[in-house]
Design a protein around this ligand. Structure first.
Ligand code: URA
Length: 175
């Protein structure tokens, strides 16, 4: 993982390297059974080099605590490791150039469960599905159980969505 981290930090495969302050490889346990995949670093993550370290991250921490886990028990990363300017969605080229890093992270950690956070990371596994229809459900895809979840950011301003996010986390606890 250290060599992947180094590659990510020095990566120049797409234009995001020109505007980033810090690449954000991911963090957590290399023995994690659960891996969370967000979309892309935001301003806080770009400043600190740590995934989900802003307000969405605080909510993610609370959801983990609600099922008696901490960030140290899981591995947290993103589809793309550098911040897209103005927090726009990463484009197809950026996702394609960055995805070998995610694949290597899967191969090293070998998580049992992959939780996608948000529509974009859901679409890595489910191209034509709607997140409103499949969030909080488990799907067996080769050796992984994949659970699509809403992005924590949707819970920041909407109490109903926050409730759904916490309910979906119970699925993880049950597993
Ligand atoms: N949103 C994401 O998708 N990833 C982060 O790391 C932070 C916010």
């Amino acid at each position: 993982m250290d060599s992947i981290r180094n590659e990510i930090i020095n990566c120049t495969k797409c234009n995001l390297c020109k505007t980033r302050n810090n690449a954000v490889p991911g963090e957590g346990s290399l023995k994690a059974k659960i891996m969370f995949i967000g979309e892309a670093p935001g301003a806080n993550e770009d400043r600190d080099g740590i995934p989900f370290c802003g307000r969405s991250g605080s909510l993610l921490n609370s959801m983990l605590e609600s099922i008696e886990l901490t960030r140290k028990d899981v591995f947290i990363t993103n589809i793309v490791k550098c911040r897209p300017p103005e927090n726009r969605d990463p484009n197809e080229i950026e996702i394609e150039r960055c995805s070998p890093f995610l694949k290597l992270q899967f191969d090293i950690i070998k998580p049992k469960i992959i939780c996608t956070l948000g529509r974009l990371s859901m679409s890595l596994f489910f191209k034509d599905k709607k997140i409103s229809e499949i969030h909080g459900k488990k799907f067996k895809l080769s050796q992984y159980t994949v659970i699509p979840m809403y992005h924590p950011a949707v819970g920041l301003y909407n109490p109903n969505m926050k409730k759904i996010l916490f309910e979906d986390f119970l699925m993880l606890k049950n597993l």
